[in-house]
Design a protein. Structure first.
Length: 89
């Protein structure tokens, strides 16, 4: 069952790679909503906190949450930087 957990974790962690790649390629996160980003990031962080409370940590799932949290931070950084670059009216 361990291999199933790792494959699952890798597939789930990879789900946001296309979005992160698009954000980096375009240099902005204009097509990504604040609500989705903040909810996604909060969910990933809370998932990591929850998983680390177990006596036996499910590492494949923890790796998934950690990877997604890192991708959320990357996209959030682009979102914040893009807001700062917008011209004021």
């Amino acid at each position: 069952m361990g291999i199933v957990g790792w494959v699952s974790g890798l597939l789930l962690a990879g789900c946001m790679l296309p979005q992160a790649a698009k954000v980096v390629r375009e240099g902005n996160a204009r097509g990504t909503s604040w609500g989705m980003l903040l909810a996604w990031f909060a969910g990933e962080v809370l998932g990591v906190i929850y998983l680390t409370s177990f006596v036996v940590t499910p590492w494949p799932v923890l790796a998934n949450y950690a990877t997604n949290a890192a991708l959320a931070i990357l996209i959030l950084c682009y979102k914040v930087l893009d807001v700062r670059r917008l011209p004021t009216v």
